[in-house]
Design a protein around this ligand. Structure first.
Ligand code: SAM
Length: 396
């Protein structure tokens, strides 16, 4: 064993994964694997103002496609006995390795559940004039046993997506400097990506295994979310970096700080969807004022994740007459007393204080009407959804 944390929730082994996996006896609930993509093959990218070769290290180089297939089959076969029967595995890649990974998972008897596309909102510019900029990665999610029911945290994932089931394309930024304060790994994954994966497929207290742990992003996200972690890597420097990251989050203030950063997704523009009675909605549009009851969690926007990135408000009446407006100022609101709203011609009847958003009432942008706005029909129960849910690219 290379390292065991004081709380026994973070265990590291150093060595070749296939070899170590063969020695472990623990049964795990989920496996996350970020294996070599084998993309260090002479490609070019732009770093700063220079064109540089893509070279992650010798561990990322492969002699042939047969070598990639053999490598993937061996580690996948070695992982399988450690996974509980109802457990799932997530494996990352790009076109360099992902087709091989899928073939090897199928050979080993796994059943594919989803293939997630991680669309990087801030991709590294790639060099060359004969192709699109490389800006996505793929993550295969598969279950061990087609006959056992695997775990999917359906309600939470829906909630994280503003009340509708999350699609399999995730727009998330690449790893930020705030995640590299303990040192750097050449292919470090962002904590936000691991957070979503862990929340979707594991429960508190469960055990997650990462056979290519690197800087232990999986372990950090797992522990921040109350899950246990077992990580393997052959490189001592990377494991030491993982150990420093674990020690760093042992300070409660650091762990709270990290959790706050993870909860933000700075890229996503959001829309507040607000149901209003027909007369109230007409008045809102006439005045450019949208209001919600304050001081009660169902109606209060202050408690809604994503509020600070909000740029639009969509008004509707029971799912009908939808109109989208741009807010005058991103993420800003005012608290008004009932009397102030009355002085603007409204007749608020439910509370003493209201959250007020001001929008540009002169134009309604073109958008696609989602077919599921009737979910929450109570007046003042707003919800926040990503703008992409409302864009219809054929009509823009
Ligand atoms: C893509 S990186 C993982 C990065 C990690 N997800 C993170 O966020 O830091 C792959 C890692 O696998 C390790 N590795 C490559 N081949 C290995 C092998 N056969 N056995 C153990 N580790 C290996 C490398 O040292 C590297 O750190």
């Amino acid at each position: 064993m290379f390292f065991q944390s004081k709380d026994n929730k973070f265990t590291l082994y150093q060595g070749n994964s296939e070899h170590i996996l063969g020695q472990l006896e623990e049964q795990v609930d989920m496996i996350f694997a970020d294996p070599p993509y084998f993309l260090s093959n002479g490609g070019k990218k732009i770093q700063g103002r220079r064109i540089v070769s893509v070279d992650k290290g010798d561990w990322d180089k492969a002699e042939s496609i047969d070598y990639i297939d053999q490598f993937n089959q061996e580690w996948i076969d070695s992982c399988k006995p450690l996974l509980k029967d109802n457990g799932t595995i997530w494996v990352c890649g790009t076109f360099h390795n992902i087709y091989s990974v899928k073939k090897c998972l199928n050979n080993a008897g796994f059943q594919i559940i989803n293939i997630i596309t991680w669309q990087k909102s801030d991709p590294t510019p790639t060099w060359g004039e004969l192709h699109f900029n490389f800006s996505s990665e793929y993550i295969i999610w598969a279950r061990k046993n087609p006959k056992s029911k695997h775990y999917f945290n359906y309600e939470l994932i829906k909630e994280l997506n503003g009340g509708v089931l999350m699609p399999d394309v995730w727009k998330l930024p690449t790893v930020g400097m705030w995640e590299k304060t303990c040192g750097k790994h050449p292919t470090q994954k962002p904590l936000r990506l691991l957070y979503r994966i862990i929340l979707a497929s594991t429960r508190i207290g469960e055990i997650i295994l990462d056979p290519f742990a690197g800087s232990c992003t999986t372990g950090i996200a797992a522990n921040l979310l109350g899950r246990k972690f077992i990580g393997i890597d052959q490189n001592e420097d990377f494991l030491n970096l993982g150990k420093r990251r674990k020690i760093d989050i042992e300070a409660p203030s650091r762990s709270i700080e990290m959790q706050k950063r993870i909860a933000e997704n700075p890229e996503e523009v959001t829309v507040m969807v607000n149901h209003a009675r027909r007369e109230t909605k007409a008045k809102m549009i006439e005045t450019g004022i949208c209001y919600l009851r304050a001081g009660e969690s169902n109606g209060s926007l202050c408690v809604t994740l994503g509020f600070e990135r909000m740029e639009y408000v969509l008004l509707h009446t029971g799912g009908e007459d939808c109109q989208l407006f741009k807010l005058k100022q991103k993420g800003s609101f005012q608290i008004w007393a009932k009397e102030t709203l009355e002085s603007h011609g409204f007749t608020p009847a439910h509370a003493t204080y209201y959250i007020v958003l001001k929008f540009d009432n002169t134009s309604s942008p073109k958008f696609k009407v989602p077919n599921n706005l009737k979910e929450r029909i109570n007046t003042y129960r707003a919800k926040v959804r990503p703008l992409s849910d409302f864009l219809d690219f054929n009509n823009l």
